[in-house]
Design a protein around this ligand. Structure first.
Ligand SMILES: [Zn+2]
Length: 262
C-alpha cells in the first residue's frame, strides 16, 4: 500500500558539510526537507521507492539497481565522512519485474554506490529510518507517456503488496533560470517551472503530458521524467498536494512537494 509520496530536489549543496556557508541560501529547501522527513517517518514506511535522474540510465529501458546493499556518500563533492547504508527489497523488485514483463522494458543493474539524485534526498529523509530497504529506480529516455505508464505499473505492485511503500521522485526543475546557471539562460526555464508547479497544485497531472516539448527541453530540467512516474502512481489516489518550498538561488529550480493521501 502507498503511505507517502513526494517530489524532492537533490542539490548536494543542501548537505551541511558541503553547503557550509552557502546553506542559508537554500534555507527554504532545507526546512522543507526536514518537514518532509517528519511526514515520512510518521507514515511508517517499510520500503522506499526512489526514482533518480542520475543513476546508470539505460536509454532503451527503465532500470532498477538490485545490489544487495547500497552506500550513499558524498566523496565526489568533497565530503569524505558522511556514509549511509541501505539494503534492497528483493521481494518488491521481483514483483516489479514480473508486472512489467511484456509491457515495458526493465533491466536490473547492480551498483553499490548510489548516485547523488538518490543520496541527497535519502540523507535528509531517512534520519530516523536507518537501514530501511530501498528500491533505486532510474528512468529511461522513452517518451513521456511511457513514464506515466511505468508509474501505473508500479502502482499495481504498490496496491497489491502489504508492505507500506513510500515513493520519492527525485529531480530538479529548470537549470537555466538566471545568467550563470548551469545551463545557458532561457526564459523557458521560468515558464516551465511555473506551469509545472501550477499543474501540481491543481492536480491536473495529465496536463504534464500535454506540455510543449520545446518548453520542457528548453528548460534543461532533470526531474520531469521522475515526476511523470510519480504522477502515474499518485493520480490513482485521492490526495492533497502541498508545495513545501520552491526556490532557485543558483538558477536551478528546487521543488519540495508532498502528496498527502486522504
Ligand atoms: Zn539533477
Amino acid at each position: 500500500m502507498l503511505v507517502f509520496s513526494a517530489i524532492c530536489p537533490h542539490p548536494p549543496i543542501i548537505i551541511p558539510t558541503i553547503g557550509k556557508e552557502n546553506l542559508e541560501q537554500v534555507e527554504n529547501t532545507v526546512l522543507a526537507m526536514k518537514e518532509l522527513e517528519k511526514e515520512l517517518y510518521a507514515s511508517q514506511p517499510d520500503v522506499i521507492l526512489i526514482i533518480s535522474p542520475h543513476g546508470d540510465i539505460i536509454p532503451e529501458a527503465f532500470s532498477i539497481n538490485l545490489n544487495s546493499e547500497y552506500v550513499a556518500d558524498f566523496e565526489d563533492f568533497g565530503d569524505w565522512q558522511t556514509r549511509l547504508e541501505f539494503f534492497n527489497s528483493p521481494e518488491l523488485i521481483a514483483q516489479i519485474r514480473s508486472i512489467t514483463e511484456n509491457k515495458l522494458p526493465l533491466i536490473l543493474i547492480s551498483n553499490q554506490k548510489l548516485d547523488h539524485g538518490t543520496a541527497v534526498p535519502l540523507y535528509y529523509l531517512t534520519k530516523h529510518l536507518k537501514n530501511i530497504p530501498i528500491v533505486p529506480i532510474n528512468y529511461s529516455f522513452f517518451d513521456y507517456e511511457k513514464h506515466w505508464q511505468f508509474g501505473e505499473l508500479l502502482n499495481k505492485v504498490i496496491t497489491k503488496t502489504d508492505l507500506r511503500i513510500a515513493v520519492i521522485a527525485s529531480g530538479d526543475l529548470s537549470h537555466c533560470l538566471i545568467k550563470g546557471a548551469p545551463a545557458p539562460y532561457s526564459p523557458k526555464g521560468k515558464e516551465f517551472d511555473k506551469e509545472l508547479i501550477a499543474l501540481i497544485k491543481e492536480q491536473n497531472y495529465k496536463a504534464a503530458l500535454k506540455l510543449d516539448k520545446d518548453l520542457i527541453e528548453g528548460a534543461a530540467e532533470c526531474g520531469f521524467r521522475s515526476f511523470l512516474i510519480l504522477m502515474g502512481i499518485i493520480s490513482e489516489y485521492k490526495h492533497e498536494t502541498e508545495i513545501l518550498s520552491y526556490e532557485a538561488p543558483f538558477g536551478v529550480g528546487y521543488l519540495v512537494a508532498n502528496f498527502k493521501l486522504k
